[in-house]
Each structure stands twice: as C-alpha cells, then as structure tokens.
Design a protein around this ligand. Sequence first.
Ligand SMILES: *[C@@H]1O[C@H](CO)[C@@H](O)[C@H](O)[C@H]1NC(C)=O
Ligand SMILES: *[C@@H]1O[C@H](CO)[C@@H](O)[C@H](O)[C@H]1NC(C)=O
Ligand SMILES: *[C@@H]1O[C@H](CO)[C@@H](O)[C@H](O)[C@H]1NC(C)=O
Length: 721
Amino acid sequence: MSGRSWIIVLMCFCVKEGLGQGDLYLIGAGIADITGPAADVPLMGYAKPDQYAGGIHLRLYSRTIITCELDESNCNVFVNMDIATGASAINIKVFEMLRDRGLGELYNEKNTAISATHTHSGPGGYHQFFLFSFTTSGFQDDSFDILVEGVVRSIERAHNNKKEGYVYLNEGELLDTSINRSPPAYMNNPSSERRRYDYDTDKDMTIAKFVGEDGTDIALISWYAVHPVSMNNSNHLISSDNKGYASYLFEQDMNDGAPMGQGDFVAIFANANHGDTSPNTAGPRCIDTGGPCRYQTSTCNDRAQLCIAFGPGEDMFDSTRIIGENQYVKAKELYNSATTEVAGPVGSVYQNANMTHYPVKINETYTTYTCAAAMGYSFAAGTVDGPGEFTFFQGDTTGNDLWDAIRDLIKKPSDELIQCQAPKPVLLPTGEMFTPWTWAPAVVQTQILRIGQLAINLVPGEFTTMAGRRLRDSVRDVFRQNGVMNVVPVLTGLANVYTDYVTTFEEYQIQRYEGASTVFGQYTLQAYQQQYAMLAEFLVDNTSPDPGPPSENYLDEQQSFLEPPSVDAVPKGVSIGDVYIDTDRRYRQGGVASATFWAGSPRHDAKAMIDSTFVSVEELHHTGDTHLWIEVFNDADWSTRFYWEKKVVTEDSTQSLATIRFEIPSDMPLGTYRIRHQGFYKTKDGNLQHYEGFSSSFEVIRKNYKRGESPIPTTAMPTTI
Ligand SMILES: *[C@@H]1O[C@H](CO)[C@@H](O)[C@H](O)[C@H]1NC(C)=O
Ligand SMILES: *[C@@H]1O[C@H](CO)[C@@H](O)[C@H](O)[C@H]1NC(C)=O
Ligand SMILES: *[C@@H]1O[C@H](CO)[C@@H](O)[C@H](O)[C@H]1NC(C)=O
C-alpha cells in the first residue's frame, strides 16, 4: 500500500463533503547561514579523522518553517540544518538562547524540532557524546557556536515573517535516485511484508507546500529517503551535498535572482527513512577487478575497502548534481500540482525516553527490554558509501578474539550487555563507556509535530526503509482509530539527538552496518513503534504525556584536541591576497576559469564570514567614464569552488593558498569579469586582519567562438547601469 490511495481517498472526501479551502494558518519561513570553519576542522559523517575541511563547495544553511493556529495559540517549528545530524548539544543551547531572546514561550522543546539533512561534508565537533567526537578531535566551539546562532536566527527570521496562508500536500514517485545498500538485511524481512512494496527503498517523495493567503509562495518541505553521500570521503570541501543542492536549485528558482540565503522563499529537503539507502545508483563494485562485491559482506578479496558504490555521474560533483537535480525537479513538479488541502489543528507532542531499559511488549504475556548502547563489529566495516579501516566486514555475527582483546583493553562490556545485544557481537559497549566523557546518549527526545492531517515524526536516528514504513504504520493506525482517516505520516530522522541507526528485528539478525549500528539492541524499532504510537494517542487527544527523564547535558565536560589556526605567513616579496597563479585573458562560455591567491586560514573568524563570501566573481559595468564591479556569483553558488591548502608549514606559521575555480555557465553573459578572494589572516602578534585580492580581468567569449572572429559581438558589450 502506498501513499497514492490516501490522495484519492481525500479527494473523494473533498468532493463528497464539499470541503472548500483547507484551514488558514499563520506561516513563517526563515533561513540562516551556518557554514562554520572552512578549514582544519574534521568533517562529520564518514568518521574519518583525517578528512579535514579545506574550502567550500556549497554553503550550509539552517532553514525553519513555523506553522501556528491563527491566534498563535499553538505553533510548531520545523528546523532543518545542512549538517550530518541533529545533536542534543545544539538543542540545549538553542532553547537557552530562545528563552534569552524572549521567544521561549512560543518556541520550546515540545513544539520545536531541530533536524539535519545528513550531509557528510559539514564541519564536525557539535556532539556532546564522545563516540561522535573522537573522530572530530573533540568538541569544537567554532563549529558549534555558529550552528546554534544560525538555528536561532532562522527561527527568528521565520517568526518575523509570519503571515496567513494555506498548506497543501502532494506525493509522487522518484526513481533512479536511490538504491538499497544492504539488500541481504532487507531480504530478511518477511516476504509477505516485502510483497506490499514495489521497491527495496521508498521511492515516494512527500511534499508540503506553504502559500500565503494572497497566493505568494512561502516555503516547501520535501521528504525523500536518500543518503547525502554523493560527495565521498575523499572530499575536503564544505558541501550540503545532494539535498543542499536541491534546496539551492529550488530557492534560486523561486527567489528571482536573490543571492543564496537572502531570498524569502525557503525550500527544505529533509531526509526520511534513508538508513539503508545510497545515492550511488551505479551500485557497488570491486575497484581492483571491476567485478561484483560479495553479497553478504560487501567485500572484495576479503577487504571492505575494495568494494565501493559509485554515483550516476562522472565524478562526485557530477553525481551530487544529478541526485540533487532529480530531487529538485520532482519536488517542483509536486509543488506546482499540489492540491490536497491541509485542515485541522496545529499540535505537537514530546517526551524524553531512556532507551537503555525500555519495556517492549511482545505479546499479552511477554515483555522484554532494550539494551544499554553498543556498536557491533560491522559498524567498523563502514558501508559501500565509505568503508572503514582494518579487516572488518559487514554481516559479522561472531566477532573475533583479537579484536575482543583489544576492545577489553578499552572497555570490557558487561555480560548483561553482551547477552542483551546478541546476535550483535559487541565491538564498543558505548552505553558503558564514560571516559574521557559519556560516549553515547541514553535519554532520547521523541516528538511528533502535527499540521492538520500531516504528522511529522521526528526520530533520533537513521531508520532503514522497512523500519520507517513500520513506524509510519504504527502512527497511522492510531490516527485512524481516532477518526483522522486522511492522516499523512512522514518521518524525519537525525532529529534532536543522534543515536545512530534503527533497523527492523529481522534486519538486525543479519548485522550489516545498519544492524551493527542499531545501538539499543534487536527490539529498538519495536520500542520506538510503541513510543510513537503512545505519543500519537496524546497528540490526537491534544494532551501531553509526562516529560520523561531530564535531557542529558555534558556541555561542561567538553574539550577540543585541535590546535587553534596558526599565524599566516607568505614568502618574501608578496602579501596575503596577492595572486599566485592568475586567470587567463579569456575563457569560453561553459569553460573553467581559475585563480590562486596567497591566503590566510579560513578557520579564522568564521563568524565574520557568515553571510559573507571568500569568493566573488565580479562583472564589469560601465556608466559613462566610471566603471563598477558587481558580484554575480559567490562561494554559495554551485559554479564556484574554493579550495584552501597549506603550502609551507613551519613551527610558528603556515603559508597557504586559496584556489578559486569558476565553472562559467554556458549562458553566462559575454563581458569582462574578475575573481575576488577575501578572508582573514593572523599576524605574528595574534591579531586578525581582513584581506582581499583580485585576479586580472578576463573576457568571457562565445562558446563557439573561432579564431580570427571578433570574440565579443558588439551587441553583447558589457551592460550599462
Ligand atoms: C570519490 O570520487 C572521486 C571522483 O570524484 C573518485 O576519484 C574517488 O575514487 C572516490 N573515492 C571514494 C573513496 O569513493
Ligand atoms: C537510563 O536507564 C538506566 C537503566 O535503568 C539507568 O542506569 C541510567 O542511569 C539511565 N540514564 C539516564 C541518563 O537517565
Ligand atoms: C509471547 O512471546 C514469547 C516470546 O517470543 C513466546 O515464547 C510466547 O509463546 C508468546 N505467547 C503468546 C501467548 O503468544
């Protein structure tokens, strides 16, 4: 059964019951830059400690949509960040800041959900649990402060933009954009259940369209399950990956040429039950032989590192473009044709749950419990989207003596934990590890937001395809039993706190990466189904459960193991900002211009670079005798890439270079351009100085220009202003 039937049901209702418009709500949308330090901080996602940021591909944003009853009596807030995961540390500080700024009454833990797209190319260091910060050299204040401030700004902007409007829903199928990366686990689900679905990942995109009463476009939320790992673990550029590129295309399309982050229309591309999905649709293959990987273990020659999935594109940028564009095109089509009107109350329900000993009712007479958190052996194998190190492989249900011995040196798991987690062989008993500080959350935030018949389930991890379907079914049943027959349940993972993966009981038995990363044991999903069904009961009743145990707060214990950025230096005779390699004199439309500058570390003063840019492509405009350079692209744009690398590192200083690569659009107006680079550098006495530099000017000439012709037709001389 798929979503198509609810659309039909609802449309019949509308006609028969003669319902007119949906309900009128107060709606606000806001966006804020959260790009963070663009150098020397490890990226978060692939857990690769040497994958440091070194420049910018696409800027990162926090996007917020607030929906309230007309009298503001009830609001809910959906925040989505272009980073790897939601994190309880972010929530703690965001709610503190909202209270300080007088917005705490309106927007709080109960009605505000803070989720993430799951890009693997954002700076890390914002987690208070050590499992998620030991590969990011601990907790990084410079990443964290920018995230918190950005989320709050996007909420404030949405708050200040509120106006009356309507919400519409739509749903449609998007193929060729995801594959299942753990088929052996999926195939262990009962065949009767699998037969209900055409595919082994969810291909349905659900969208919510927000429009003003006057017909102005306000915002979009799309839910579609696909991992944003088109940019692979060799990437060092900050990037919002395929989800962020879909937002970029949608916002550029709707905002009439406004620079990124400055238009009114906000397009959120949220994730869903993407746990076992991959965007690398050409699938995995052995990189040594070109042949297929082993099915059960995703290895070649016993090595996980040799089995890699590739995207549909020529390289990772091209794959990001294709997977992002697919989502944008489908969302736009669904947005334009959305007619299902949303009607009913705005609501929210929230409860903290301690997942280490959660009672799971199996049947009338038998109750079992979830476990203290632990990671299995296959967690260390990684996935075909980014394999791990050593000889770990997926599908390991036994473990081995060597690694058990090494594990016991770090932390010997209790017998109780080992038994509870079976058949998972425990590699890291994270729920029992508290040095140098707590390794894994025990208390999780569980939450549902409601806008009429739309029920947004915020889940604290990455649900696999089938796990997500089961959770939505549990919530759908409760709404229907309570008379809300047209309920549309969606699921967004990576919300509020991060607890790795959630598979079904059957998938857990196979212990692929996702099962090995289902931290609370084989009954984790059943526990969440129970929990969210219970929440749904309260939500349809418009009452609240008890809040549960307090959220964990270990912010005082956090430390960074990263050195601050060093003093910047240059060789004799040049200054920071000077050109090292200049642009050519002319480029064809569709070509690639580039220039390299002596630079300072982009990690300095990351806050000052918010809503700013390291890169400007400027166009020359003439007015009579005076001329003016006007920015036409910046570092948030798809067509620019800003690479930063160290050239000479000494004990007390670093010489570094910034290379700007500009893909000239094939319809770029012919004219005169130049590349500008700016940033901050640190002097010997520790002060930060702003700097800028310019390439020589260059002409953009016709794509099909031939030698001997005039490169620039007189009709296309630079525009005057
Ligand atoms: C990442 O993608 C690049 C192409 O952009 C490719 O050369 C490289 O092998 C890929 N690396 C991994 C680990 O997938
Ligand atoms: C969670 O529950 C376990 C088992 O009941 C308990 O030992 C632990 O202290 C609780 N954790 C928190 C943070 O409340
Ligand atoms: C309840 O579940 C337990 C454990 O799976 C099983 O042993 C027992 O037979 C079940 N009882 C009933 C009444 O189904």
